[in-house]
Ligand binder design. Structure first.
Ligand code: ZN
Ligand code: ZN
Length: 252
Protein backbone atom coordinates (compact mmCIF):
# COMPACT_ATOMS: atom_id res chain seq x y z
CA UNK A 1 0.00 0.00 0.00
CA UNK A 2 1.14 3.53 -0.77
CA UNK A 3 -0.20 4.69 2.60
CA UNK A 4 2.32 2.44 4.30
CA UNK A 5 5.09 4.47 2.66
CA UNK A 6 3.88 7.87 3.87
CA UNK A 7 6.17 8.25 6.86
CA UNK A 8 8.83 5.81 5.74
CA UNK A 9 12.46 6.67 5.52
CA UNK A 10 12.71 5.03 2.10
CA UNK A 11 10.08 7.40 0.74
CA UNK A 12 11.77 10.46 2.24
CA UNK A 13 15.08 9.36 0.75
CA UNK A 14 13.58 8.81 -2.71
CA UNK A 15 11.89 12.21 -2.71
CA UNK A 16 15.06 13.96 -1.65
CA UNK A 17 16.93 12.19 -4.49
CA UNK A 18 14.39 13.56 -6.96
CA UNK A 19 14.84 17.05 -5.49
CA UNK A 20 18.60 16.74 -5.77
CA UNK A 21 18.43 15.64 -9.39
CA UNK A 22 16.44 18.76 -10.28
CA UNK A 23 18.63 20.93 -8.06
CA UNK A 24 17.83 24.62 -8.11
CA UNK A 25 15.82 24.22 -11.33
CA UNK A 26 13.05 22.43 -9.43
CA UNK A 27 10.54 23.03 -6.65
CA UNK A 28 10.80 21.45 -3.21
CA UNK A 29 8.79 18.23 -3.45
CA UNK A 30 8.75 16.84 0.07
CA UNK A 31 5.38 17.44 1.71
CA UNK A 32 3.54 15.74 4.56
CA UNK A 33 1.52 12.87 3.14
CA UNK A 34 3.28 12.84 -0.21
CA UNK A 35 4.58 9.52 -1.52
CA UNK A 36 6.72 8.81 -4.55
CA UNK A 37 4.76 6.03 -6.22
CA UNK A 38 6.93 5.36 -9.24
CA UNK A 39 9.40 6.73 -11.74
CA UNK A 40 10.71 6.05 -15.20
CA UNK A 41 11.38 7.36 -18.68
CA UNK A 42 8.52 7.97 -21.07
CA UNK A 43 8.61 9.36 -24.57
CA UNK A 44 6.66 12.58 -24.66
CA UNK A 45 5.27 13.98 -27.87
CA UNK A 46 6.51 17.54 -28.17
CA UNK A 47 5.74 20.10 -30.82
CA UNK A 48 8.52 19.07 -33.18
CA UNK A 49 9.17 15.45 -32.31
CA UNK A 50 8.94 12.82 -29.55
CA UNK A 51 11.45 13.17 -26.73
CA UNK A 52 12.54 11.12 -23.72
CA UNK A 53 11.43 12.66 -20.44
CA UNK A 54 11.87 11.49 -16.87
CA UNK A 55 8.54 11.09 -15.07
CA UNK A 56 7.88 10.87 -11.35
CA UNK A 57 4.48 9.75 -10.15
CA UNK A 58 3.61 10.95 -6.66
CA UNK A 59 0.32 10.18 -4.94
CA UNK A 60 -0.90 13.74 -5.66
CA UNK A 61 1.21 15.13 -8.51
CA UNK A 62 2.91 14.02 -11.70
CA UNK A 63 6.33 15.56 -12.22
CA UNK A 64 8.45 15.39 -15.34
CA UNK A 65 11.57 16.97 -16.65
CA UNK A 66 14.22 16.89 -19.33
CA UNK A 67 17.05 14.42 -18.85
CA UNK A 68 20.39 16.21 -18.65
CA UNK A 69 22.33 13.24 -17.27
CA UNK A 70 20.48 9.95 -17.02
CA UNK A 71 19.45 9.22 -13.41
CA UNK A 72 21.52 12.14 -12.12
CA UNK A 73 20.41 15.48 -13.42
CA UNK A 74 17.10 16.76 -14.71
CA UNK A 75 15.82 20.22 -15.52
CA UNK A 76 12.72 21.98 -16.92
CA UNK A 77 10.53 20.60 -14.19
CA UNK A 78 6.79 20.44 -14.79
CA UNK A 79 4.33 19.65 -12.02
CA UNK A 80 0.80 18.49 -12.82
CA UNK A 81 -1.76 18.12 -10.01
CA UNK A 82 -3.26 14.65 -10.43
CA UNK A 83 -6.70 15.86 -9.41
CA UNK A 84 -6.97 17.53 -12.83
CA UNK A 85 -5.65 14.63 -14.83
CA UNK A 86 -7.56 12.30 -17.08
CA UNK A 87 -5.86 9.52 -19.02
CA UNK A 88 -6.97 8.31 -22.40
CA UNK A 89 -5.45 5.25 -24.02
CA UNK A 90 -4.20 5.67 -27.60
CA UNK A 91 -4.40 2.99 -30.27
CA UNK A 92 -1.06 1.77 -31.61
CA UNK A 93 -0.22 2.87 -35.11
CA UNK A 94 2.71 2.32 -37.45
CA UNK A 95 4.92 4.99 -35.87
CA UNK A 96 3.77 5.09 -32.25
CA UNK A 97 2.91 2.32 -29.83
CA UNK A 98 2.02 1.95 -26.15
CA UNK A 99 0.80 5.52 -25.84
CA UNK A 100 -1.83 7.38 -23.92
CA UNK A 101 -2.95 10.95 -23.42
CA UNK A 102 -2.38 12.88 -20.23
CA UNK A 103 -5.12 15.49 -20.28
CA UNK A 104 -5.58 18.42 -17.95
CA UNK A 105 -7.57 21.63 -18.13
CA UNK A 106 -4.58 23.72 -19.14
CA UNK A 107 -2.39 21.28 -21.03
CA UNK A 108 -2.70 17.91 -22.75
CA UNK A 109 -0.09 15.70 -24.35
CA UNK A 110 0.69 12.16 -25.45
CA UNK A 111 3.31 9.90 -23.88
CA UNK A 112 4.59 6.50 -24.98
CA UNK A 113 6.03 3.65 -22.92
CA UNK A 114 8.59 1.16 -24.19
CA UNK A 115 6.31 -1.86 -23.92
CA UNK A 116 2.61 -2.66 -23.61
CA UNK A 117 3.17 -3.95 -20.07
CA UNK A 118 4.83 -0.74 -18.98
CA UNK A 119 2.00 1.28 -20.50
CA UNK A 120 -0.49 -0.79 -18.56
CA UNK A 121 1.52 -0.37 -15.33
CA UNK A 122 1.87 3.37 -15.70
CA UNK A 123 -1.78 3.91 -16.55
CA UNK A 124 -2.98 1.69 -13.72
CA UNK A 125 -0.78 3.42 -11.15
CA UNK A 126 -1.70 6.91 -12.31
CA UNK A 127 -5.40 6.08 -12.39
CA UNK A 128 -5.21 4.53 -8.93
CA UNK A 129 -3.63 7.72 -7.56
CA UNK A 130 -6.30 9.87 -9.23
CA UNK A 131 -9.12 7.68 -7.87
CA UNK A 132 -7.68 7.72 -4.34
CA UNK A 133 -7.26 11.50 -4.45
CA UNK A 134 -10.75 12.20 -5.72
CA UNK A 135 -12.22 9.77 -3.20
CA UNK A 136 -10.38 11.48 -0.33
CA UNK A 137 -11.21 15.01 -1.40
CA UNK A 138 -14.75 14.21 -2.53
CA UNK A 139 -14.08 16.27 -5.67
CA UNK A 140 -15.32 15.45 -9.13
CA UNK A 141 -13.00 14.66 -12.03
CA UNK A 142 -12.30 17.68 -14.24
CA UNK A 143 -14.41 17.59 -17.39
CA UNK A 144 -12.83 20.27 -19.58
CA UNK A 145 -9.43 19.44 -20.99
CA UNK A 146 -7.05 21.40 -23.15
CA UNK A 147 -6.61 20.39 -26.78
CA UNK A 148 -3.68 18.17 -27.66
CA UNK A 149 -1.57 19.91 -30.29
CA UNK A 150 -1.05 18.29 -33.67
CA UNK A 151 2.74 17.99 -34.10
CA UNK A 152 4.13 20.40 -36.72
CA UNK A 153 5.41 17.53 -38.86
CA UNK A 154 1.94 16.13 -39.38
CA UNK A 155 0.75 19.14 -41.34
CA UNK A 156 2.55 20.44 -44.41
CA UNK A 157 -0.50 22.47 -45.42
CA UNK A 158 -3.02 24.33 -43.28
CA UNK A 159 -5.49 21.84 -41.79
CA UNK A 160 -8.24 24.41 -42.16
CA UNK A 161 -8.12 25.91 -45.67
CA UNK A 162 -5.99 22.98 -46.95
CA UNK A 163 -4.30 25.49 -49.26
CA UNK A 164 -1.59 27.41 -47.45
CA UNK A 165 1.71 25.53 -47.74
CA UNK A 166 3.87 26.08 -44.64
CA UNK A 167 7.26 27.66 -45.25
CA UNK A 168 9.69 29.80 -43.28
CA UNK A 169 7.45 32.76 -44.02
CA UNK A 170 4.07 31.04 -43.88
CA UNK A 171 4.50 29.80 -40.35
CA UNK A 172 2.49 27.17 -38.55
CA UNK A 173 0.12 28.23 -35.81
CA UNK A 174 -1.80 26.09 -33.37
CA UNK A 175 -5.44 26.64 -32.53
CA UNK A 176 -5.61 26.61 -28.70
CA UNK A 177 -9.09 25.17 -28.81
CA UNK A 178 -8.79 22.18 -31.17
CA UNK A 179 -5.00 21.85 -31.49
CA UNK A 180 -5.04 21.95 -35.31
CA UNK A 181 -2.09 23.32 -37.27
CA UNK A 182 -3.38 26.28 -39.23
CA UNK A 183 -2.12 29.24 -41.23
CA UNK A 184 -2.16 32.87 -40.10
CA UNK A 185 -5.32 33.96 -41.95
CA UNK A 186 -7.17 30.85 -40.69
CA UNK A 187 -6.23 31.72 -37.10
CA UNK A 188 -6.47 35.50 -37.01
CA UNK A 189 -9.10 35.45 -34.25
CA UNK A 190 -8.62 35.34 -30.49
CA UNK A 191 -10.93 33.98 -27.85
CA UNK A 192 -10.73 33.71 -24.07
CA UNK A 193 -10.34 30.07 -22.97
CA UNK A 194 -10.50 30.50 -19.18
CA UNK A 195 -8.89 27.14 -18.38
CA UNK A 196 -5.76 28.07 -20.28
CA UNK A 197 -5.33 31.81 -19.79
CA UNK A 198 -7.15 34.95 -18.83
CA UNK A 199 -5.93 36.56 -22.06
CA UNK A 200 -7.56 35.84 -25.41
CA UNK A 201 -5.74 33.04 -27.24
CA UNK A 202 -5.27 32.17 -30.90
CA UNK A 203 -8.08 30.01 -32.22
CA UNK A 204 -8.88 28.85 -35.74
CA UNK A 205 -11.78 30.50 -37.54
CA UNK A 206 -13.81 27.29 -37.24
CA UNK A 207 -13.44 27.18 -33.44
CA UNK A 208 -14.00 30.92 -33.23
CA UNK A 209 -17.37 30.54 -34.91
CA UNK A 210 -18.32 27.66 -32.60
CA UNK A 211 -17.08 29.44 -29.49
CA UNK A 212 -18.74 32.73 -30.28
CA UNK A 213 -22.03 31.00 -31.07
CA UNK A 214 -21.74 29.06 -27.80
CA UNK A 215 -21.56 25.64 -29.49
CA UNK A 216 -19.32 23.05 -27.88
CA UNK A 217 -17.16 20.72 -29.87
CA UNK A 218 -15.02 17.81 -28.78
CA UNK A 219 -11.33 18.43 -29.08
CA UNK A 220 -8.93 16.38 -31.10
CA UNK A 221 -6.79 13.59 -29.81
CA UNK A 222 -3.42 14.64 -31.10
CA UNK A 223 -0.05 15.17 -29.57
CA UNK A 224 2.15 17.86 -28.12
CA UNK A 225 1.53 20.87 -26.00
CA UNK A 226 1.97 24.63 -26.06
CA UNK A 227 4.77 25.20 -23.59
CA UNK A 228 7.11 22.68 -25.11
CA UNK A 229 8.42 24.92 -27.85
CA UNK A 230 11.29 25.88 -25.60
CA UNK A 231 12.66 22.45 -24.86
CA UNK A 232 14.07 21.66 -28.26
CA UNK A 233 17.66 22.49 -27.46
CA UNK A 234 18.51 19.85 -24.98
CA UNK A 235 18.92 16.42 -26.47
CA UNK A 236 22.35 15.75 -25.03
CA UNK A 237 21.59 12.54 -23.26
CA UNK A 238 21.02 9.87 -25.86
CA UNK A 239 20.63 6.66 -23.97
CA UNK A 240 19.42 3.66 -25.87
CA UNK A 241 19.54 1.12 -23.08
CA UNK A 242 16.06 0.67 -21.76
CA UNK A 243 15.39 1.11 -18.07
CA UNK A 244 12.14 -0.25 -16.81
CA UNK A 245 10.00 2.02 -14.67
CA UNK A 246 10.09 1.43 -10.93
CA UNK A 247 6.97 1.41 -8.81
CA UNK A 248 7.30 1.45 -5.06
CA UNK A 249 5.02 -0.31 -2.59
CA UNK A 250 2.72 -1.82 -5.16
CA UNK A 251 -0.67 -0.29 -4.51
CA UNK A 252 -2.67 -2.01 -7.22
ZN1 ZN B 1 -5.41 28.21 -43.71
ZN1 ZN C 1 -9.63 25.18 -33.83
Amino acid sequence: MVDRLVNSEANARRISMVENCFGSSGQPLAEPGRVLVGEGVLTKMCRKKPKARQFFLFNDILVYGNIVINKKKYNKQHIIPLEEVKLESLEDDASYQNGWLIRTASKSFAVYAATATEKQEWMAHINKCIDDLLRKSGKKAVEVHAAVWVPDGEASVCMHCKETQFTLINRRHHCRKCGAVVCGPCSNKRFVLPNQSSKPLRVCTHCYDLLSSGTQETSRRYDSSPDDNSDDEDEKSKNNSHDEPKFYGDNL
